[in-house]
Design a protein around this ligand. Structure first.
Ligand code: IDP
Length: 150
């Protein structure tokens, strides 16, 4: 069982797509381990995207991620980091393949609806940045044996 951080970005909330996209993760067989809606501060946005701080799009990216509420989740399951990245598709919605979240719902490089951690190490860093340990729940799901072998 692996955990990954998923952010339903402000465009996702504004376009009323949170439910539809969260449903894809549930239908896939992943589980929600934590979920909340927050207004991202400039500080949190800058910490989250620290690796991009020298990029020309950084100021716009911070305006975007702080521009409205987000829904943030910890999603768990077998190889959850890679599974979620695959479901998201390429960064640019223009290049992302149909069938992926960005491929199906985005035509933008920036406004690409969701974030998913890009490695288990990033996931650990990002989960600690966005959630307190007690906000992340470990629980049994009925029928889990039919979803994946343990
Ligand atoms: P990822 O979200 O697919 O992992 P990253 O390269 O880590 O992509 O970029 C982080 C976020 O920064 C992207 O999801 C997107 O919102 C934004 N971004 C990336 N490249 C560009 C760009 O060239 N122009 C504008 N925004 C960008």
């Amino acid at each position: 069982m692996q955990r990954t951080l998923v952010i339903f970005k402000p465009d996702c909330v504004q376009r009323r797509l949170v439910g539809q996209i969260l449903q894809r993760f549930e239908a896939k067989g992943l589980r929600i381990a934590a979920l909340k809606m927050i207004q991202v501060s400039k500080e949190l946005g800058e910490q989250h995207y620290a690796e991009h701080k020298e990029r020309p799009f950084f100021p716009g990216l911070i305006r975007f991620i702080t521009g409205g509420p987000v829904v943030v989740a910890v999603i768990a399951g077998p190889e959850a980091v890679a599974v979620v990245r695959g479901m998201m598709g390429k960064t640019s919605g223009i290049e992302a393949a149909p069938g992926t979240i960005r491929g199906d719902f985005s035509v933008s490089k920036q406004n690409n609806l969701i974030h998913g951690s890009d490695s288990p190490e990033s996931a650990a860093r990002e989960i600690a940045l966005w959630f307190q340990p007690e906000e992340i729940l470990d629980y049994d799901l009925a029928g889990q044996d039919w979803v994946a072998e343990s």
